[in-house]
Design a protein around this ligand. Structure first.
Ligand SMILES: Nc1ncnc2c1ncn2[C@@H]1O[C@H](COP(=O)(O)OP(=O)(O)OP(=O)(O)O)[C@@H](O)[C@H]1O
Ligand SMILES: [Mg+2]
Length: 235
């Protein structure tokens, strides 16, 4: 395995708050890497620095052999970085298939067959013509995932994709991510430890903008520092 993504000394502050504080991180091609940590730890800010929604104050973002630190978000998408947002960001008034079309047409024109095939991959094909706002919440999250997959990213970053899903929807989601991970490297921000432990090859724990621990699921489960900072209050 080789590093697909690497950050060196990556930092951003909001006023006096160091939301992401000098992070050295690397992610191997082919892995599912979970990013966990308490609320406000800096997980979303870190991913925003990777996607280009936020520009780094200092440090570097290296992806697939390129330095993307100063590149705007659309260039990073083009380089193969895909992402979904923590807060649902679909176009409610558009149909399901038009949402997917928009995601695809950020880059190029899309055929109906291609859109249908994407919707099939996430099990939404029966809902293609429905306005997105009429989808059940769990299906809206699946639509986001479909949109994140549309441009066939090399790395897909998912920010709390199971937030708000019913317990009965979690198993299906885990299976779907396993399927996606056969062709796509995944950075998964997730609070649900059942999902993290089921999916992650490696886990990074953030706390107050810094890396508190890193390791296999078994190592993280056994870490006392992690227990104290996070798992104790969540499991
Ligand atoms: N645009 C912003 N302006 C000011 N402060 C911000 C901004 N975005 C994030 N923060 C602050 O930075 C810190 C890290 O926030 P972030 O959203 O990255 O955490 P998180 O780990 O994603 O939390 P959660 O698990 O609740 O989603 C928090 O203290 C947050 O209030
Ligand atoms: Mg967040």
């Amino acid at each position: 395995m080789s590093a697909l993504l690497e950050t060196r000394g990556l930092s951003i502050s909001f006023g006096a708050l160091k939301a992401v504080d000098n992070i050295d991180f690397s992610l191997q091609s082919g892995e599912i890497h979970a990013l966990i940590g308490p609320n406000g730890a800096g997980k979303t800010s870190f991913v925003n620095l990777l996607s280009g929604r936020l520009m780094a104050e200092s440090g570097e973002v290296l992806f697939d052999g390129r330095n993307l630190t100063r590149q705007p978000a659309y260039r990073r998408v083009r380089a193969g970085l895909g992402y979904t947002f923590q807060v649902t960001s679909i176009f409610a008034q558009l149909t399901v298939q038009d949402n997917v079309r928009l995601a695809l047409e950020r880059e190029r024109s899309a055929s109906a067959a291609e859109i249908l095939s994407l919707l099939k991959s996430t099990g939404l094909e029966a809902h293609a013509f429905m306005p997105a706002r009429d989808l059940a919440y769990g299906h809206q999250r699946l639509l986001e995932l479909t949109m994140g997959l549309a441009l066939r990213p090399k790395l897909l970053m998912l920010d709390e994709p199971t937030q708000g899903l019913a317990d009965s929807e979690i198993e299906g989601f885990i299976a779907l991510i396993r399927e996606v991970s056969k062709t796509t490297t995944i950075l998964l921000i997730e609070h649900n430890m059942q999902v993290v432990m089921a999916l992650a090859d490696r886990i990074t724990v953030l706390e107050r903008g810094r890396i508190l621990a890193q390791g296999s699921p078994a190592e993280i489960r056994a870490s006392e520092a992690v227990q104290a900072a996070y798992l104790g209050s969540k499991s």
